[in-house]
Structure formats: C-alpha cells, structure tokens
Design a protein around this ligand. Sequence first.
Ligand SMILES: *Cc1c(COP(=O)(O)O)cnc(C)c1O
Length: 365
Amino acid sequence: MSRPTEILIDLEALKHNCRLAKSLSGRGNVVAVVKADAYGHGAADIALKIEPEVSMFAISCMEEAISLRKHGVSLPLLLLEGCFSEEEYALASCQNIQLVIHNNEQARLLSRQNLQHKVKVWLKVDSGMHRLGVLPEEVEAVFEQLLASDNVSEIVLMTHLASADSQSPEFTLEQLRRFEKVKSNLVNRHSARIEVSIANSAGLICWPDARSDWNRPGIMLYGLSPLDVSQECADKLQPVMTFRSEVIAVRNIQAGESVGYGNTWTASRSSQIATLAVGYGDGYPRTAKSGTPVLINGQRCPLVGRVSMDMICVDVTDIGMVEIGDSAELWGKSLKANEIAECSGSIGYELVTRMPKRTKRRFIG
Ligand SMILES: *Cc1c(COP(=O)(O)O)cnc(C)c1O
C-alpha cells in the first residue's frame, strides 16, 4: 500500500474549459498559458492534450519552452518575459519560439543577433500595470527599431490587464483606452493592420473589448474562476485538479480536549476526529484555519487544529460513520480550490501551482 495522497488531473475537463476559452475568443486565437508547469498540472501532458484546440502556448522562460519541445510539443511557443540572456535569441530562432520584448534592451539585443530564422515578437506596452512593458510614449521608437531589424518577422502589440477581475471597471477602461491610443498611432503612422493581444482569463471572460487577435487564458483552462463572485461564464468552468487523500485514523475525544500542535482547537462537545494523510508537505496550505471545509465521503466537515507536515484533523462528528480508508477531497470538483484559498489567505492560482513533487499526479481521460 502506498500513501493515498494524490492529485487527479481530468483531461476532459481541461478540454471543456479550453473550448469555452475558444468560443469566447471568437475569431481570435487562443494562446494557452502553461507557465509554472501548467499552474502545477503538468505542462507537457496538458499541452499535448490541448495542442489540437489552441494556436500556441505561453511559458515564462526558455527552460520551460525546451521542456515542451523535448516532450514533442510542436506549436509555436511564446516567452512571456522574453529572453534572459543573449544566447537565448539563437535558440528561440531555431525552436520556433516567439519573444515578448518588454524593454529597450531586449530590442537592442535582438537587433544585433545574426539569426538563422526571423522571430515573431510581441512588443509589450505598459498600459498601467507598471510591472513590465514599454511606456506608451516610447513605443513608437522601439516599434521602429524592431521593424528595421532583419531578425524580426512580425510584431504583435500586447499589454496585460492588472485588474480585469475587479468589480469596478475604471482601471481596466483606462488601460484599454491607453493601449488603443498607442495602437491607433502606430496604425496611422505605418498604415498597416497591427495584431494585438490583451486578455488573460479575466479579460476574456469579463471584457469583450479585451478579446482580440491573440487571447492568453491561463487559470480558466484549469477550471478555476479568476473572479471571486459568481458569473455565468466563469461558473461553467470545470475544475481540472482534484486533490485527495484518505482517513488513516478515527478517534473520539471528550469536550475540553484539544487537537494538533499548539492545542489551537478545543472540542466544545464530545467529538469524532478523523486524521487524514495530507499536510503542508503535500501542498495543503498550513495557513488554512480551523473551520476550513474538507470533504469526507462527499460531505463537508471542518478542519480542526493546525495543519501538520503530513496530516490534518477533521471534525466528523456530524456525518455519522467514518472509517479508516474513507475518501477525502481537499479541493476539486465538489469543493473549489478558490474557497480553500480564501480560508487560508491565498488564491486558487497559488494553491494549485505550488503542489510539491511528493504528491503524485494521475491523469484521467
Ligand atoms: C500568466 C499570464 C497570463 C494568464 O493569466 P490568467 O489570469 O491565468 O489567465 C496572461 N498573460 C500574461 C502576460 C501572463 O503573465
């Protein structure tokens, strides 16, 4: 018998979410974001499964790109932060890897290469997030430099939205307005159509004006909503990851007895406590508070006491018979990772992405 803690990856749910992203994109393309090992879901398996559905993949660095190539992924790839060193330009050119250019220096380094094949570049505009990108007033100069380079085949104009998931629209409207102005200036000056890319998942779901030639959904592909409120389209997403374990001990304790390290939770009544073979060493957040829901045999029960490295305890008094070997879901289809994130001061993105190696992954469908 091996440790029962595992994550199940439902590839049919992935496909469903991918099709939803595609339908929102209309005639635009889907660039599936599979950075950080596809948000903890396994980049190679995820990419190979949806390769027929999407136009390209985006990752954060060359190492992630090369790993996809080694696993047989053949669609174009996009490095979201561009190259980190000068050697990477030649590699990108041979491996059909496109580059974000987010500053002057990257444009300069690219221009001075002697590349075998031209590369397609994505000129990133800082429309207000102030993390990466060329300021609106400097875009024209960098665009000209890229246009003049023998190493550049095409230029896509891109930006990134800082709060497309927000309930208040003002900031996104301002970013869209600034970006549109940059774009129309370039279009007028060069009298050419310019391809653009704006939307992440929240942009794609909530902002029709952000849907464009190239859409960049990440989290929604994995079935997590980027929003913290219910929304018609986001509610259709199907969670891809199910994090599960099993009960390995059951005991009754009297009122006044406490559970776990530091005795942070004390029973107010005579209670039945189940211990599960999952802890922060398996990716369950240590910051999850007493009361965080856990599904035991499909029923919600509250976490009690501190999360240990290898175990958690759950109060199962109210659900009747619980035995060693009974099934536990930490998050997945019936319990949203976003809800557990809220109970632990995090976001669903982080919980699924930081799953450790120890937790085995099993693909279904
Ligand atoms: C990560 C990332 C995305 C995807 O964002 P989601 O919120 O997961 O959809 C899109 N664009 C860029 C530039 C990113 O870094």
